[in-house]
Write a protein that binds this ligand. Structure first.
Ligand code: IP8
Length: 264
């Protein structure tokens, strides 16, 4: 591809209300559609998380453990449907801001093996980018060659897409300011890391894990695990707070912004 694409991830905690099942955060989606439109990035791929759409249904049917019995089959359909609803909503907002967004359904082009992407038919997606469309993918429940099915996180998808498309930059929009040295909610000495290399991250991991911190950093470490291969590939990755006005806009434009830059 002649122009290197940017991959933007919008976390489920940003685009939905995680406390209320099947509830989108319409205000946030509208604001972000506006920021994405103003940033006017050429060659953009968007990936969003499941939040209160995919996760509760997938959990109800134990889909993360793979196929165990036929009662889960309807759960697969319901999870897919919940994700499609959220995706449609996001795509609608993007289109209303004149962004040529097109849904790309991960479960129709990805097969995983033990939860990791084994194959992905990305030719339509590449052609879409070439033609100026903005493909919109999401964390999804997908078919798995060993487990029957698996939950494919948006983060794994982001990393894999960024590597395969040789992306210029990954922007990860979450509901905290970035990566901290501890849990900022319980540890007043925790500070935001503005810039970190993979080597530095390795040294920091035991410290963070050892401190048994909650979701904020724990979730962030899980993210790091998925994003590492893309960073190793040389793709600059920035984590920003997508619940704050203009952080995603600035990150997309490559402007200075509060957040954590991760580099090789
Ligand atoms: O929110 C998971 O995607 P994530 C999607 O990016 C489902 O982890 C279906 C639970």
């Amino acid at each position: 591809m002649s122009v290197k694409p940017t991959v933007l991830k919008l976390g489920g905690s940003v685009v939905t209300d995680k406390e209320k099942t099947l509830t989108p955060n319409l205000q946030a989606i509208e604001r972000l559609a506006n920021e994405i439109s103003r940033a006017n990035v050429s060659h953009l791929v968007l990936v969003h998380g499941g939040g209160s759409f995919g996760h509760p249904v997938a959990e109800q049917y134990g889909l993360a453990e793979g196929y165990k019995d036929s009662s889960q089959i309807i759960g697969f359909s319901k999870t897919r449907q919940a994700m499609t609803k959220l995706n449609k909503l996001i795509v609608d907002f993007l289109i209303s801001h004149n962004i040529p967004a097109v849904e790309v359904q991960p479960s129709s082009c990805v097969v995983t093996k033990a939860g990791r992407i084994q194959t992905m038919e990305d030719r339509p997606l590449r052609k879409m980018l070439e033609m100026g469309f903005v493909p919109v993918l999401y964390g999804d429940v997908v078919l798995d060659s060993e487990a029957g099915f698996a939950i494919l996180s948006g983060d794994q998808l982001v990393s894999s897409l960024a590597i395969n498309l040789d992306a210029r930059r990954i922007v990860v929009g979450v509901d905290v300011n970035g990566l901290y040295t501890g849990d900022p909610k319980t540890d007043s000495s925790a500070r935001l890391i503005q810039h970190i290399t993979l080597e530095e991250l390795k040294n920091l991991e035991p410290l963070i894990e050892g401190s048994k911190v909650t979701d904020v950093t724990g979730g962030m470490l899980g993210k790091m695990f998925e994003l590492k291969p893309a960073v190793e590939h040389g793709i600059q990755t920035i984590i920003v707070n997508a619940t704050e006005l203009n952080r995603v806009y600035k990150a997309l434009k490559g402007e200075k912004v509060v957040g954590t830059i991760i580099e090789r």
